[in-house]
Each structure stands twice: as structure tokens, then as C-alpha cells.
Unconditional design. Sequence first.
Lengths: 345, 89
Amino acid sequence: MTIRAPSARLVRYAAGVWAGAGLLTILPLLPTATACELCAIYSADSARGTSSAGFLFTVSEQYIAYRTVQLNGDELPPSFLDRYFRDTSITHLVPSYNFSDRLALSVNVPLVRHHFRRLELLPAGTAEEHGTEFGLGDVSVIGRWTAFALNKMDHSLFINVMGGIKTPTGDADRVRAEVEKDRALDAIYGPGHNHFVSGVHEHDLTLGSGSLDGIFGLTLSSRWKRWFLNGQFQYYLRTEGEAGFTFGDEIMVSGGPGGYIWLGDSGTLSLQFNASYDSMARDQINGDKLNSTGWSGWFAGPQLSLTLGEHFSANGGVDIPLALTNNGLQNVPNYRVHAGITFRF
Amino acid sequence: MPLLGADPHIERIELFSTNSVLIHFDTEKNRDYRLEYANTLRCAGGCPTNTASTWVLLFHWPSSPFDNHFIVADVRTNTQRCYRLKVTP
């Protein structure tokens, strides 16, 4: 996702693990679960901080390499456009407080870094830019309410509802610059012309959107003995931000099956296969839809999750794009890597 | 409708704003385009091909996988300026 315009992501609560295709072939080779192993699973929920009141602190990282150039959904053959890229890293610092086992509040503080090379069209020609943007992104405040909780030794089911707001704390100067250049080019080419000459656009490099956005989410996590199935739905409702620019609304759906591949007295290790679908609508400037914005994609990949004791958990995974469609000329993800650690006080 | 790139040419030059001109031209995929200007044209026998003029690069569009159309703005600093579009291959 893009996190294309770096947006705050919902904290992945509730056994937040993705899944892996190799899981089904690996798990049958593992020892059969015992009652104590189920105890370990039971305490893993505690380590993730989903089952009791108190403070948690999560640090997570997402890295996305945007290096594939696509025109209207088709990957372009090799050309000079391949020299233009964007590598985005977002580090989320997420302090949270569980008021109870059903109600929690989190603050998501993203630190955004874009390393890039791009070509842009100007009235007098083209200009190449190479550099790095780094800084505070848009801070989000997100609440979680567990609408349903069933947690037994050999099975569990949690349904969480989440909602929050994303505040315009990130620098949105890149968005303003794009709007101003777009107006200058419209005066020459006329409105509606596609002004993008490479797949990396100036609004892609922004740290913030300048808008106050809504965040809505629903997660489901279920477990039967050592097997589990998780799913998440997220929707980002964008409003008009910097200089009349509105980023497109975004939908993310992800989930998949998994299982515990190590169950010990000191912790657990699980592997999950995760499939996800992301879709972002076209961006707009003063209500006019922008060419070369908006995309949809299917991703899949494994995720490992580790818990140690009742206070520490970690996870890491990779998303490989299976199919990506896009409007106009855009650089789309080659892969996404994500990892995180959570400490429950 | 003209065939893009088969006969590469400057489509038109027009005045723009108070001190600019706009140069319009199409580009065809897999061809390299260089828009150049010269403030004076000097012939070294057999104009217009054998010019001794000094041509300056104004805009370059490398060979790309798709067609496009460009309008390049140039500032009017001289009483006259000549433009040419060099295309390879």
C-alpha cells in the first residue's frame, strides 16, 4: 500500500498474523499438540496484548519497493523509465492502552522515508530529481472494541471493530507543489491532459496528506487447537487536504489460515499464509479526477509470528504481488516487507 | 489524421502569455526526440541541411514505450529564434 501516500495503518491486533502457503506442508511434520501446548497458545494471546488491560508499545516497519513501471495495468518493456523508482519505508511507533479486554485506544506515529528518483514535466521541459524525503507522517488515533470474544483452551473467536481518525501532522508541501505545477501545465496543455512522464509522482513523495481522514476496520481471528484463521477489513475515507488535493479512498482486505509450528513453555511460533487485496480510488484536485492515480492489487505471502513469555511478541512477513492494475503511468510495488515487535507492560 | 512519427515535425508554434512561445509536437514510441533552437541561421552551402548555426538543446524525450504529445514553453528573449526537431532512429 501503498502505502503509497504514507497513511497510518490500523494496528494489527487480534493474533495479527498473515499466512503462508508452505504452512500446510510443514505442519503435518510437527509434533502433535498437547494440553500444555494449548496453554502456550492461550498465553500467546496475552503476549500480543489482546486479552487483558494495560499498556502496550508496538514498533512496526513496512518497506515497499516501487520499481515496476506500468501503463494502464500493463508492465512496460525496458526503457529509460526503469531508472525512476521509489523505495518507501514507514516505521510506526504505536503506544496503546487496553482499558479492558474489550476496549483499547492506540496512537499511531509514523516516521516516513521515501528514497526516489523521478522525472517530471515542467512548462519548459522535463527535470530529473533524485533524493530522500524523511519525517513525521500523519498521526492516527484508533479505538478498538471487541464485539465478540470467546476464548477457550482449545478454541477461540474474536471479532473486533475499529475506528479512528488520521490527523494532518505530516508535511504536505509535495502535494502543494504538484497542484501548483499541475495548474501551470493545464494553462499550456489544457485541463485533463496527463502531465506525468514517469511512474513516480510528486504526491507519492509526500509525508502527509493535509487531510483529516476516517479509518474504519473489522478484524476476525479464530483458532481451533493449533490452527487459526484470521481476516481483516480496513477502509480509509479521505477528505480534501492540502491545496484542494484529495487522495483516493482505500480498501484493504487480508487474511488467511495458519498454524503453530512451535509450542513451548517459553513461547510460540506460528506461520500463516496471507492473501490481501488493496484498492485505491483515483486522487482528485478540486474534484477533478487525476490521471495516473488509483490502483488495485492482489498480494500473497507468508508471515511468522513469535511470542516469548506473556509480554513480548514479534512478527515478520513478505507480500508478493500476484496481479496489479493501475490507471495511467505509475510505479507499482515489486514486493512489500513488514515486521513488528510488541511489548506488553 | 497524420501518422505519428512517420514524418516527425513540429506541429505548430504559437505565442503564449506575454513573453513565451509554445512548440507543439507528437512523439512516437521507441524514438528519441530532441527539440533544439538557434538564434540565427547560417548556411554553409546547401541550406537548410548544411547549416553552420549553433543549435542548443531545449527539450529531450528519450525513446519510450508509448506515444505522447508535448507542448514545450520557451521564453521570448530574441526577436527571432528557429526550432528543429531531431528524431532517431
